[in-house]
Design a protein around this ligand. Structure first.
Ligand code: PLP
Length: 384
């Protein structure tokens, strides 16, 4: 068994379930890698808060990254409150008159999704000293997850090249695109070729470009040399400041979700019912869909005892996946899901009155801190 698995199993034994366990060490390892890219490529990297908003760790993140990006007012406020220094950027498909004054008081880079939004809100943003950018849609898909593909036909995200004709770019200082999802630098290279072909003529007049997220820089085998080369090319050719705003890469593989076996049901197959739910605690398992890894488990049939994991809800489809183990599972046994820092806590819900998992930090010195626990009120207070 790997040293990491041993550590996590020991930590999980000391904690209640369900519980997220976020490792400071693993998070910092990712941050160090990102920080090296920043230095070598001369770019600025922002945390996309929508993937990971555990602000307990914002002081650590601020040591390595340049700032944050937000999807709307609430994320922007969170960054403003808890990210010690740094730039706060924002992109929303549509801003509202109600939120915009506060947004421009805390975000200094505002990205607009259409010329109509730019015309409605641009003046106010410029007057507040904000740098304004446009999100483009290069209409170039590099991935198969349709729900995560902003370049799919009819996408509402980004301005297509044809829409630029006849529009003035006076006041616009940046271009933004976000089209990747869990991808390598090769997908960025291919996308940039299209961006340069269709939008290159505008780039000479810009001050900055934001390459969005979806760069899985901290995954083993990521081609960092190519990424650095691509960033340098943009800086040299167009004299641009280059931003990246990964979410997933920041906290990739840095967190776990510990759950307990509540019951074993033997119908056509063996099902273990857990106090963690796909629908409530890891909705990407159903949405994407994917099968998260579980510590010390194998693929179905690989080890002697195979189980389907299901949540403690009444949703028939609340199924996490099939896993096999060397020994039969027992009620009360802990099951530890991997890579549960990103797109988990931020997506949690209390469907079926399910309890929200606690959030624990495993510190560098080995100490465990329960950062947050939830109770009945967290369910009740959102409903009336
Ligand atoms: C989701 C998103 C990101 C972060 O994407 P990851 O896949 O988590 O790296 C960055 N920018 C925008 C505009 C996004 O929508």
């Amino acid at each position: 068994m790997s040293a990491l698995n041993k550590t996590i199993i020991a930590v999980a034994q000391k904690l209640p379930t369900p519980c997220y366990i976020i490792s400071e060490n693993l998070l910092e390892k990712n941050l160090q890698q990102l920080s090296i890219i920043q230095k070598k490529a001369g770019c600025k990297i922002l945390l996309a808060q929508k993937a990971f908003s555990m602000f307990y760790f914002y002081p650590l993140i601020a040591k390595y990254l340049r700032g944050t990006t937000s999807s709307g007012l609430y994320e922007a406020k969170l960054a403003n409150e808890y990210m010690p220094t740094g730039e706060n950027h924002i992109f929303s498909p549509a801003y509202t008159e109600k939120d915009f004054p506060e947004i421009i008081s805390i975000c200094k880079h505002i990205v607009f999704n259409s010329f109509s939004q730019w015309k409605r809100f641009g003046k106010e943003a410029l007057a507040a000293g904000c740098k304004c950018g446009l999100r483009i849609n290069p209409r170039f898909s590099t991935q198969e997850h349709a729900i995560y593909d902003p370049c799919s036909p009819g996408s509402r995200l980004g301005i297509t090249a044809d829409k630029f004709s006849g529009e003035s770019l006076k006041g616009i200082s940046g271009i933004h695109f976000h089209t990747l999802c869990e991808q390598g630098a090769e997908a960025l290279e291919a996308t940039l070729a299209v961006v340069e072909k269709d939008f290159g003529k505008y780039l000479y007049d810009m001050k900055w470009i934001n390459l969005g997220g979806g760069h899985l820089i901290t995954r083993q085998g990521y081609n960092t040399e190519l990424l650095i080369e691509l960033i340098k090319h943009l800086r040299d050719k167009y004299d641009l400041e280059v931003y990246l705003e990964p979410g997933e890469a920041v906290a990739l593989d840095a967190g776990f979700l510990s759950a307990s076996v509540l019951e074993i049901i033997d119908n056509d197959s063996h099902t273990a019912i857990l106090d963690a739910s796909a629908a409530c605690h890891m909705p990407d398992v159903i949405e994407m869909p994917y099968r998260p890894n579980v510590v010390n488990s194998g693929k179905p049939g690989e080890k002697a005892f195979t189980y389907t994991f299901g949540g403690d809800t009444c949703l028939a489809g609340d199924i996490i996946g099939e896993y096999s183990f060397d020994n039969p599972l027992a009620v009360g046994e802990k099951i530890i899901f991997c890579d549960m820092a990103i797109y988990s806590m931020v997506k949690n819900n209390t469907f079926n009155g399910m309890a929200l998992p606690s959030i624990a930090a495993l510190k560098k010195n080995g100490q465990i801190e329960i950062v947050k626990s939830f109770n009945y009120n967290d369910f009740k207070n959102r409903l009336s």
